[in-house]
Design a protein around this ligand. Structure first.
Ligand SMILES: *Cc1c(COP(=O)(O)O)cnc(C)c1O
Length: 390
């Protein structure tokens, strides 16, 4: 690595970053312009329109925060919360835990409710918590990437609104890979990230807030605790006034715009269906290898397959060989699942049948060499049956 950077070509099938489409990589290398250049202002307008399409919203305040998904989490929380404000956070994995941590640092009076890892919350459980006291904001993770559990969101807004709160949703992993209906579901504030199902490198965090959430921010008594993430100032750059706040990550914006163009060309519904189909095929293949999913049946994410490592199988050895011999990256277990689970991502551009088949064949070869009984070819055959049934 002397004069030129030569990163290895990997097939990114972990919990993010995901495989990047060549058109997105090419967009990143296009000429940088100034952040107030008329061309760039046009790019920003187009980006806002495409983000509204992806989020299925008419929300005026829809933009990309400079920073990864966690910056989106922090931006929505620090703007909605003033010191002492009560916030309820639903925790059933690492990212719900992170949300509670961020809220506490922002000065929220945080209450958490929890579910075992791999399980999801019911509207009744949240209603029960809201009957104890009132909360300004209720935060919940839609696609819990640490467990592979898919949290239903649709039925939550009514419950939260009836108790006078705002519903904040983490859609970092879900956006682009499964239905996210901001307006129809009544979500008040939402954030995502670029490097999961949008298949863009990490670096931007799309967010969207409805008028109710914006009013809460505009009527704050105290300044937003973070200067960098203060939406009252950022809105002046993304709005008509174009007031300089911080230098926008120009080329990252090109990349995200191209990624969203790809999503629109394919069609959101088609992208959701592709994620669902490849998940079914992978699941059939893994099941033929005797591998079980970690999340509860009926609530398994299409883009993040968290599976239990079979007993007697060497976790590190398997992941190491997948990377070294096949160029495939999958994720290790996180938190409670460390050493117990693998996280196999089929996110965005990575969610394709050639990847499912290559991964299953590779995994089967490694498992057989470790003495984990499996019929040769059974996993690929099971996946192919799913594809044939299409
Ligand atoms: C990845 C992820 C985040 C954090 O995003 P970063 O880009 O790593 O900052 C937050 N929430 C969920 C559900 C995630 O999967």
């Amino acid at each position: 690595m002397k004069n030129s950077l030569q990163p290895p070509l990997r097939l990114l099938m972990g919990p993010g970053p995901s495989a990047i489409h060549p058109r997105v990589l090419a967009a990143l290398a296009k000429p940088t312009v100034g952040h107030l250049d008329p061309f760039y202002l046009q790019v920003m307008d187009e980006l806002q329109g495409m983000l509204r399409t992806a989020f299925r919203t008419e929300n005026h305040l829809t933009m990309a925060i400079s920073g990864t998904g966690s910056a989106g989490m922090e931006a929505t929380i620090v703007n909605l919360i003033e010191p002492g404000d009560p916030m309820l956070v639903c925790v059933n994995g690492v990212f719900g835990g992170r949300m509670a941590d961020v809220a506490g640092r922002a000065g929220a009076d945080v209450t958490t409710i929890s579910r075992p890892w791999g399980e999801v919350f019911t509207a009744q459980e949240i209603e029960q918590a809201l009957s104890q006291r009132s909360f300004k904001v209720v935060g919940i993770v839609m696609a819990e990437t640490s467990t592979g559990a898919s949290q239903p969101i649709q039925e939550l807004a009514d419950v939260v609104h009836a108790a006078g709160g705002l519903l904040l949703v983490d859609a970092v992993t879900s956006l682009g890979g499964m239905p996210v209906e901001v307006d129809q579901w009544g979500i008040d504030a939402i954030y995502s990230g670029t490097q999961k199902c949008l298949s863009c490198p990490p670096g931007l965090a799309p967010i969207s807030l409805n008028t109710k959430a914006v009013e809460v921010i505009m009527s704050r008594k105290s300044k937003v605790q973070s200067w960098y993430l203060d939406l009252t100032m950022l809105a002046n750059y993304w709005g008509q006034d174009r007031v300089y706040h911080h230098t926008a990550p120009i080329n990252m914006t090109y990349g995200l715009l191209e990624a969203l163009s790809l999503l629109q060309e394919e069609g959101l519904e088609a992208a959701w269906q592709r994620h669902a189909l490849n998940h079914q095929a992978l699941k059939a293949g893994l099941s033929a290898l005797g591998i079980q999913f970690a999340a509860q049946e009926g609530h398994q994410l299409p883009m993040l397959n968290a599976v239990r490592i079979p007993s007697g199988v060497d976790d590190k050895e398997v992941r190491g060989r997948l990377l070294k011999e096949f160029g495939i990256e999958i994720g290790a277990g996180l938190g409670e699942f460390a050493g117990k689970a693998w996280r196999i991502g089929l996110m965005g551009h990575a969610s394709r049948q050639e990847n499912v088949l290559l991964f299953l064949a590779s995994l089967e070869q490694i498992l057989m060499s470790q003495g984990h009984a499996a019929d040769a070819g059974a996993s690929v055959a099971a996946a192919n049956q799913v594809y044939a049934g299409q």
